[in-house]
Design a protein. Structure first.
Length: 319
């Protein structure tokens, strides 16, 4: 799993910051600004819509970089190779995960890469730089220098415990069937699976290939696939599922009956599915749900109202 450094201060203190230490504000921040921050900054309005930082990662403040992304910490002081922030810029440029995304900004130069690495090796010290305080959570530090871990990061951290990582060979059956499997982060045992490359060619049989990695799946995207209700019985093998996308599928109420035991489920997309009010009853016990998308499904105002009263804290998107 991704390492959650207990104390950045402790990690940094073992590395002497000599005169050759990298100066974050002078030597790192300029290329963050030129190549990263445009997509990784505080939410802002554009054309009447709120633009959020990509992957929940803000790079416009020291506290935000320490807090990491929606998937967890992105820097492990002293360890560039365990730091997602550095790992992403060192991938081959044609890798899907390469940062900045190809064509959107210039890749880091050799000199920038070397400085970046050296800065993390030296303890990832921001010096006097603070950055944008907007949006900083109040409880951002529990002890001096200790990074805050957001609620969702806590969830992934908990789900990572007592679970064995799967080797890439175990999911060959999924990729051969046209699915994609990705670790939540470089070192996480948790997996995200989608069939966005094959969509309507993803039959129940194809989707059944996920059985090989079921216990580790936290994100599953079956949108636009040919999945049918019966095939969703495989979801009982994935009790750690946090996000499930069934949008634009033929899934009906019978399919939702298979979601009952998914106690970690926070996000459920049923946009454009065949689900009706009767099926929504199956969701009433899923108390972790935070967002349910029912736009262009067969659900009605009345059914949505009932669901809202069963799940008062969930955001239910309808019409
Ligand atoms: C044009 C927009 C854009 C730019 C510029 C950009 N990113 Fe990203 N970044 C994204 C998107 C979109 C994602 C989410 C998809 C993904 O994980 O690949 C992402 C995800 C990430 C993640 C993964 C976070 C996680 O834990 O899931 C890291 C780390 C990251 N970016 C670092 C960087 C760095 C470092 C730079 C600058 C060198 C950069 N990005 C520049 C759009 C951008």
């Amino acid at each position: 799993m991704r390492t959650f450094p207990l104390s950045l201060a402790a990690a940094a203190s073992v590395v002497p910051l000599g005169s050759n230490a990298v100066d974050f504000e002078k030597e790192i921040l300029p290329f963050f600004q030129a190549k990263c921050i445009e997509c990784h900054k505080a939410p802002y309005e554009e054309g009447g819509r709120t633009k959020k930082p990509k992957a929940g990662l803000r790079m416009d403040a020291a506290w935000a970089i320490n807090m990491g992304s929606e998937n967890g910490a992105v820097i492990v002081p002293g360890k560039p190779d365990d730091s997602e922030l550095y790992y992403r810029v060192t991938l081959p440029e044609d890798d899907d995960d390469f940062m900045p995304p190809t064509g959107k900004a210039d890749p880091l130069t050799k000199k920038e890469l070397a400085l970046f690495k050296k800065w993390i090796e030296g303890g990832a010290d921001f010096g006097d730089w603070v950055g944008n305080l907007e949006g900083k959570p109040k409880e951002v530090t529990t002890a001096v220098g200790e990074p805050a871990i957001s609620e969702i990061q806590e969830v992934y951290k908990r789900l990572s415990e007592a679970i064995e990582a799967k080797a890439p060979e175990t999911w060959e059956s999924v990729t051969e069937a046209g699915g994609r499997v990705a670790r939540l982060s470089k070192t996480s045992p948790l997996l995200a699976v989608d069939f966005r490359l094959t969509t309507e060619n993803a039959s129940d049989e194809v989707i059944g290939s996920i059985g090989a990695v079921s216990p580790n799946i936290v994100h599953l995207d079956l949108s636009k696939t040919a999945v049918t209700d019966g095939a969703l019985s495989i979801l009982k093998e994935s009790p750690k599922l946090v996000r499930l996308n069934l949008s634009q599928t033929g899934i009906t109420d019978a399919g939702l009956a298979h979601l009952k035991g998914l106690n970690e489920l926070r996000y459920l997309n049923l946009y454009g599915s065949e689900v009706t009010d009767a099926g929504l009853k199956n969701l009433e016990g899923l108390k972790s749900l935070e967002a349910v998308y029912l736009w262009q499904s067969k659900a009605t105002e009345a059914g949505v109202k009932k669901l809202r009263s069963a799940l008062p804290d969930a955001k239910i998107n309808f019409k």
